[in-house]
Write a new protein. Structure first.
Length: 367
């Protein structure tokens, strides 16, 4: 069967590979789930792996199948699988357990091991193929009514985890009810975080470089947020207008913005960094002022990456609520379909060149 793959650490090596069709019996103890792939989302991670920045193939292979954002339909299950059945729509988690204490309690998303196993990213093949098989432990059902948004389940799980983690961490205050939040960045993660916070009743300012009118602004404001362009107003100027925010979710991938956000956060507030910055950018930071204000203001900074099964479930639940409160809005994130695995070069071109594309995804099969 066909698969879109790269040779990790070899820049621009994306190609079409061949793999044998997997079998339910490939997973031990009768726990296998065979999934026919319908759609796979791709993002900057896939682009960066193709650029040779990171990633490793599975043992015994010279290539790595890309794609960690899956949506498909169950075709066959092993005899000990109970929670999914043939015909169910599903997605699948990304990271697989190692041996740390966190891995053993189902929290592989916060593994303490330096070597980790992620489908489509490191040491495990991804989902950009016709079929995959996995242990039922990692397979998450998607309601039929959400099949049009199923390919967003993985990025939504990442967004949901970031919000869950900060609310959990802020229990240190005993009482924390954020009123104002800034979301820096209006890509898919920034917009999905905007949705989650609006569902929680938070006043949200979604902040990005682009000016209105734009699709990003349209989606953010359809969720009930205020869209702010940094070309017209800095974070510092915005904070003077709104009052300092209780929460900032950073999703730009721009380290300068990430550090500027530290200077505008309110007392007892929290910042969550969800993006990863590359390169060698250097910025001048008012370290003494930040140190003083953060200590005296009881402020918190945390990083959030990846997601586990429960984050997928809560993310899917929030997608469903989003359809109730803001019908048809989230689907607008799905801007750039690529039809078929054979069009892998167009897929990568869109990831590299289409700066306004919110979500590039591959239509693998009908279903």
């Amino acid at each position: 069967m066909k698969a879109i793959a790269v040779k990790p650490r070899n820049p621009n090596s994306v190609h079409l590979a061949e793999l044998p069709k997997p079998r339910v019996a490939d997973v031990p103890n009768g726990r296998g789930v065979l999934v026919k792939v319908l759609k796979v989302g791709v993002d900057a991670t896939d682009r960066e792996i193709n650029e040779g920045l990171y990633g490793n193939p599975p043992p015994g292979y010279e290539f790595l199948v890309l794609g960690h954002e899956s949506f498909g339909i169950v075709e066959e299950v092993g005899p000990n699988v109970r929670h999914v059945k043939p015909g169910d729509y599903v997605t699948c988690t990304v990271r697989r357990p190692g041996t740390s204490i966190f891995d053993r309690i189902g929290r592989s998303d916060i593994t303490s091991e330096e070597i980790y196993y992620e489908r489509g990213i490191n040491l495990l093949h991804g989902y950009l193929t016709e079929y995959y098989v996995d242990d039922s432990e990692f397979v998450v059902r998607v309601p039929p009514a959400l099949k049009h948004l199923g390919v967003l389940a993985e990025p939504m799980s990442v967004a949901d985890k970031a919000i869950q983690q900060v609310y959990e961490a802020q229990k240190r205050l005993l009482v924390w009810e954020p009123k104002i939040a800034y979301v820096t960045g209006a890509g898919q993660i920034g917009l999905l975080v905007t949705l989650i916070l609006r569902l929680r009743g938070v006043e949200v300012f979604t902040i990005a470089r682009g000016t209105k009118p734009s699709l990003k602004a349209e989606i953010a404001e359809a969720y009930g947020a205020t869209y702010v362009s940094t070309q017209g107003m800095t974070l510092t100027e915005l904070a003077k207008h709104t009052g300092k925010p209780d929460l900032i979710i950073e999703a730009t991938g721009n380290s300068a913005i990430a550090f500027e956000a530290m200077s505008v956060l309110g007392h007892n507030g929290a910042i969550v960094w969800t993006s990863i910055t590359g390169g060698q950018r250097k910025v001048e930071v008012a370290t003494d002022s930040i140190n003083l204000n953060w200590v005296l203001g009881n402020k918190l900074l945390l990083g959030s990456v990846n997601a586990n099964y429960r984050h997928f479930e809560s993310g899917i639940s929030d997608l469903a609520q989003g359809e109730i409160f803001y019908p048809g809005v989230t689907q607008k994130i799905l801007t750039t379909p690529i039809n078929g695995l054979d069009n892998y070069q167009e897929m990568m071109r869109q990831l590299v060149d289409a700066k306004e594309a919110l979500k590039v995804f591959v239509n693998v099969a009908e279903g």
